[in-house]
Design a protein around this ligand. Structure first.
Ligand SMILES: NC(=O)C1=CN([C@@H]2O[C@H](COP(=O)(O)OP(=O)(O)OC[C@H]3O[C@@H](n4cnc5c(N)ncnc54)[C@H](O)[C@@H]3O)[C@@H](O)[C@H]2O)C=CC1
Ligand SMILES: CC(=O)C(=O)O
Length: 377
């Protein structure tokens, strides 16, 4: 198979979908890897590193998209890349389609087989999302602390306080991977941390992990309203896999926050959990102020720490990509139900139920969409 790796073009997206070590794994398995010139520079990998590992370095993104059987990316294609879509092309990347109706339509109309990192699922875990959620969660607390500083537009408080002055209050809504990692850093900074989740078992686990260093609360509108109103920093970290994020923090709740408070809505890639997170921001211009509250809504937070993120991401994506390359999509899906859950679009059909429901399409099971009854031995 020919695997193509274009350079990422989203604002300040310095990650890359393959490392030189990944290239070597594909080449040893008999595949060809095309890497766009300078695709790895932002993550500290030179063209020479890739060439030494066996990749062909290609000048133009267009040549990669045209020649490759499978395109591996980090972030969703941007409109300038939609023209490269063609029937039968395999696209393996983060997609977050429930929040991307135009992209969904383009992939569907062009017959691309679109496999989303974020919906590959093993039991209750999302192994290709987890490492980036670890990064974004840890970043969320440090970014929140930064924007609470007065020169950055915040109310001018130090999350850890100092002797004789109270600590800052942090509320984290969603106690999964992002939430837990945000809590680790916020607790480390000395903040007064509350985690809200809908899952009572998860709250028990968090209580076991953090003990009296945090407060846990069941997710309901009353608890959320009260915690948000009292918080200096609110972190949005809820996920319903594949689906548009539920708006759990209403505009009224944001109005009740004190001026200069900060919201970091990490779940913005799925549409955000805050009613006033009504736009996606970029690393170049990461915040806006609404009702006196600083909103941070960057959808590619790990792109700002690309060396760490590229290594963490490719550690988990390459083994799945190798399965697709070695066996072809149909057999790889048949052999690996986790990968099957990653297929969001195939042969012009939406094959992930939550995406179909949120965007108003018919859901077609992947076996049916691929036009062949997949049967296991
Ligand atoms: N902005 C960015 O750069 C990045 C964004 N993310 C996003 O962060 C979000 C969270 O991801 P993960 O932590 O990995 O997900 P996760 O699945 O590990 O955790 C989600 C948590 O939300 C909880 N939850 C569900 N409904 C809830 C409700 N109504 N109230 C309270 N809690 C509820 C679940 O019980 C679960 O504990 C996702 O949208 C993910 O794509 C992840 C990485 C980077
Ligand atoms: C999860 C995701 O979309 C990111 O890491 O950018």
């Amino acid at each position: 198979m020919i695997i193509g790796v274009p350079k990422e073009i989203k604002n300040n997206e310095n990650r890359v979908a393959i490392t030189p070590a990944g290239v070597m794994s594909f080449v040893q398995a008999g595949h060809t890897v095309l890497v766009e010139k300078d695709a790895g520079i932002g993550s500290g990998f030179t063209n020479e590193d890739y060439a030494n590992a066996g990749a062909q370095i290609i000048e133009q993104a267009q040549d990669i998209w045209e020649k490759a059987d499978m395109i591996m990316k980090v972030k969703e294609p941007l409109p300038s890349e939609y023209g490269y879509f063609r029937p039968g092309l395999i696209l393996f990347t983060y997609l977050h389609l429930a929040a991307e109706p135009e992209l969904t339509r383009a992939l569907k109309e062009k017959g691309v087989t679109a496999i989303a990192y974020e919906t590959v699922q093993v039991g209750r875990t999302l192994p290709l999302l987890t490492p980036m959620s670890e990064v974004a969660g840890r970043m969320a607390a440090q970014i929140g602390a930064q924007f609470l500083e007065k020169p950055k537009g915040g109310k001018g408080i130090l999350l850890g306080g100092v002797p004789g002055v109270s600590r800052g209050k942090v509320t984290i809504i969603g106690g999964g991977t992002v939430g837990t990692n945000a809590a680790k850093v916020a607790v480390g900074l000395g903040a007064d941390v509350t985690i809200i989740d809908l899952n009572a078992d998860r709250l028990r686990e968090l209580d076991d992990i953090f003990g009296h260093q945090i407060t846990t609360l069941m997710s309901n509108p009353m608890n959320i309203a009260q915690a948000v109103a009292e918080s200096d920093l609110v972190i949005g970290a809820v996920l319903i896999p594949g689906a548009k994020a539920p708006k759990l923090v209403t505009e009224e709740m944001v109005k009740a926050m004190k001026p200069g408070s900060v919201i970091v809505d990490v779940a913005i890639d799925q549409g955000g959990i805050v009613e006033t997170s009504d736009r996606v921001t970029t690393h170049d211009n990461p915040t806006y102020v609404k009702h006196g509250v600083v909103h941070y809504a960057v959808a590619n937070m790990p792109g700002a720490v690309p060396r760490t993120s590229t290594l963490a991401l490719t550690n988990v994506t390459i083994p799945y990509a190798l399965q697709i390359a070695n066996k072809g999509v149909q057999q790889a899906i048949l052999d690996n139900p986790a990968l099957k859950l990653g297929v969001n679009i195939a042969n012009g059909e939406i094959t992930y139920e939550a995406v179909a429901r949120d965007l108003g399409y018919n859901y077609v099971p992947v076996e049916e969409a691929l036009g062949k009854q997949l049967t296991s031995n």
